[in-house]
Ligand binder design. Structure first.
Ligand code: SF4
Ligand code: SF4
Length: 335
């Protein structure tokens, strides 16, 4: 396993870490098994969040006795000092630890960042936690290039997490700037939220970028771990065939596609928006029409139920025209 220094944190982290979102799909004992496998394989970086329901708790259980072998990064959405202090206290309890290596502001908007930085804002809580030793380093995660650019100039920012993958290179210049400013860059969404099917190719593509300190594919099984590791540790340059496949994936997905982040929820009429787009992908891109129709038919709210209120679009960090996309999905599925 290759290790890198994570910017000014000075932490030595494995090139591949473990993204904690899929842990919500398994259980505490499954998480424990996965953590022990990560340890055996030399993967030492774990990312989770207050917002990932049971993820922190399962990790706390799974890391009992081996916590000191890992760099744990989590995140909170608190904007005020009080709320963020509560987030940190809860994360410490959930993770069963007395320190968190990296605490990150979880995807704040520009306006939220203003509140975080204002007197009485959340930054004060993380600075105090850092003084007290319960938080060792402070970072920020974002889906917005505007927030990313601003974060580069904030002196307390030690790490930045942003999506980067075969079809999302909008952060390339900013990722390079992280290297120049010695800010650790954490690559999220290596599979574009599941839109890219070929995980091995996706991982190989990202590891070719020297400015990426650590990649955090979401993993819930040792099989996924083995597959990702094999790709990350493969030193061969991308072949002509792989480069052609990358171009085909770009052409197939374009830029307006759902990353399944779920930030658009809840839909006013209960449409499971990312699931609709996922099934439409199976219908149109992957030739699984019958399977996709079967799943879609059981959904209680269909794309055609959208009343056009626009609430979801105001929450989508990718500014997707969800209403228009749902109309297209309704056309594809016929309802
Ligand atoms: S615009 Fe449609 S999909 Fe979006 S929240 Fe409103 S009803 Fe739901
Ligand atoms: S529509 Fe936007 S907010 Fe909703 S899951 Fe997809 S990318 Fe995320």
């Amino acid at each position: 396993m290759e290790y890198r220094t994570l910017g000014k944190t000075g932490l030595k982290v494995s090139r591949m870490g473990c993204g904690g979102i899929p842990i919500q799909r398994i259980d505490a004992d499954g998480t424990k098994m996965l953590m022990h496998r990560l340890l055996e394989k030399g993967v030492n970086y774990i990312d989770t969040a207050r917002g990932y329901t049971v993820s922190e708790e399962y990790l706390g259980y799974g890391l009992t006795g081996i916590r000191d072998k890992f760099v744990i990064a989590t995140k909170g959405r608190g904007l005020t000092k009080d709320d963020m202090a509560k987030d940190v206290a809860q994360s410490l309890r959930n993770l069963r630890t007395d320190y968190i290596d990296i605490y990150q502001f979880h995807d704040p908007s520009m306006e939220s960042l203003d509140r975080i930085l204002a007197p009485g804002g959340a930054l004060e809580a993380l600075m105090e936690a850092k003084e007290a030793g319960t938080v060792r380093h402070i970072g920020i995660t974002t889906h917005s290039t505007e927030v990313f650019r601003r974060a580069l100039d904030l002196p307390w920012v030690e790490t930045i997490m942003f999506p980067y993958n075969i079809v999302e290179s909008q952060g390339s210049e900013l990722i390079r700037a992280c290297g120049e400013k010695n800010i650790g860059f954490i690559c999220m969404k290596p599979l574009a939220g599941g839109a890219i099917e070929d995980a091995a190719l996706a991982m190989r593509y990202i590891t070719r970028n020297p400015d990426v300190s650590v990649i955090i594919p979401g993993m819930a099984s040792t099989a996924e771990l083995e597959q990702n590791l094999a790709a990350v540790e493969d030193p061969a340059p991308l072949s002509d065939q792989e480069l052609e496949k990358i171009e085909a994936i770009r052409a197939g997905l374009g830029t307006q596609f759902c990353r399944r982040c779920g930030y658009c929820a809840p839909c006013t009429v209960g449409i499971a928006i990312p699931q609709v787009f996922t099934l439409e992908g199976y219908l149109s891109r992957y030739g699984l029409a019958q399977w996709a129709h079967g799943r879609y038919d059981t959904m209680p709210a269909k794309a055609s139920d959208c009343i056009g209120c626009g609430q979801c679009e105001s929450r989508c960090p990718y500014h997707l025209p969800i209403r228009q996309m749902l109309k297209k999905a309704a056309g594809s599925f016929g309802v």
